[in-house]
Design a protein around this ligand. Structure first.
Ligand SMILES: Cc1cc2nc3c(=O)[nH]c(=O)nc-3n(C[C@H](O)[C@H](O)[C@H](O)COP(=O)(O)OP(=O)(O)OC[C@H]3O[C@@H](n4cnc5c(N)ncnc54)[C@H](O)[C@@H]3O)c2cc1C
Length: 303
């Protein structure tokens, strides 16, 4: 391992011969909703599958840790940043959306809201309740995004993934597991998926989607992007009501505070640090535990 580390140049020249654009010391705050956190040692937005595969193989050969980022709406980057390669599938090759009969085939980089709209316009039902959830299909598959109206996993037929070897594989049936805000897709890179949906009236679906959009907006903070959802809803109740009951909706740590009108969200102010957010989430969790005896599970992923 020591020998390997010696071969790793400190800058992105390590990837020069791969024909990829790799940035060094990329501020990850630019790529997340909360806008806090440090830099990634390397950052790349590959143009296609071949480029991604070359990158994955090189990272593996050189022992460089690689992590994916989607819309950045569910991650908290520490101040120290990430000492490895961050990959974002923002290129058009990864963001395609195609409707085929009653299926929608979407790339991991496509925005969830665009996929929902494409399905609704084609008269396909099953995912219209997900319309207000920010982020990409990749992030939504990994975390099985959803709410009271259901989750994405319920409509997934198959998922195309890239393995750490740089090879593609298709997972379906028993190879896939989705639970509340969880999937078993945390060991691979999600490339895209096929959703199997039901035929319905596009007009009715549009109305349902618009209604859901309005309900969603009323349940979420609006007018700011610097927010994140703190906790998963426990079975049979909501994290928001528990936070309110525990008297924790006015808590603040540094420049991060609970968004009082929607107490399951944290909102940050301009000089906020990653530690402020992490400590606030821990504080709210401990208040709910102390006062109500309930252990909340964080929704936001702390890296
Ligand atoms: C205002 C607001 C409202 C929200 N409402 C909801 C809600 O109602 N329901 C809900 O479930 N969530 C909700 N969330 C949380 C969040 O939007 C979802 O978890 C969303 O699916 C995350 O997608 P993303 O693309 O932003 O993922 P990111 O935050 O970028 O990443 C999340 C995880 O997925 C991984 N990942 C991303 N792309 C890939 C890929 N291609 N391959 C492998 N791994 C990948 C990342 O490494 C990370 O581990 C909300 C968040 C906000 C800020």
């Amino acid at each position: 391992m020591k020998q390997l580390a010696k071969q790793i140049p400190a800058d992105a020249t390590l990837f020069d011969d791969l024909g990829l654009t790799v940035a060094s010391r990329e501020p990850l705050a630019h790529h997340t909703w909360l806008g806090v956190g440090g830099e990634a040692r390397y950052f790349c937005e590959p143009v296609d599958i071949d480029a991604l595969s070359r990158l994955v193989i090189r990272a593996r050969e050189t022992g460089i840790a690689l992590r994916m980022i989607g819309g950045g709406s569910n991650i908290l980057i520490p101040t120290a940043g990430f000492d490895g390669m961050i990959v974002r599938l923002s290129a058009p090759a990864f963001s395609t959306i195609e409707v085929r009969n009653t299926s929608v085939i979407a790339g991991a980089g496509a925005k969830l809201v665009h996929v929902v709209c494409a399905a609704v316009q084609a008269g396909l039902s099953g995912i219209e309740t997900l319309v207000g959830i920010p982020g990409t299909i990749g992030g939504a598959l990994v975390g099985n995004a959803g709410g009271h109206g259901g989750d994405l996993g319920e409509s997934v037929k198959e998922v195309t993934v890239m393995l750490p070897t740089g090879q593609l594989a298709v997972r379906r049936g028993t190879e896939l597991a989705f639970q509340s805000r969880w999937s078993n897709l945390d060991d691979c890179i999600v490339i895209g998926c096929q959703l199997d949906l039901d035929e319905d009236s596009a007009e009715l679906l549009t109305k349902r989607m618009q209604k859901q959009w309005i309900v969603g907006r009323s349940e979420q903070p609006s007018g700011t992007r610097t927010v994140a959802m703190m906790f998963k809803d426990p079975h049979g109740t909501s994290a928001e009501s528990l936070i309110t009951q525990a008297g924790a909706k006015d808590l603040r740590v540094g420049e991060a505070m609970v968004y009082a009108a929607h107490a399951n969200y944290v909102v940050v102010f301009p000089k906020c640090s990653s530690d402020d957010v992490r400590l606030l989430v821990e504080l709210v969790r401990s208040k709910v535990r102390e006062r109500l005896g309930v252990e909340l599970t964080p929704q936001i992923e702390v890296w």
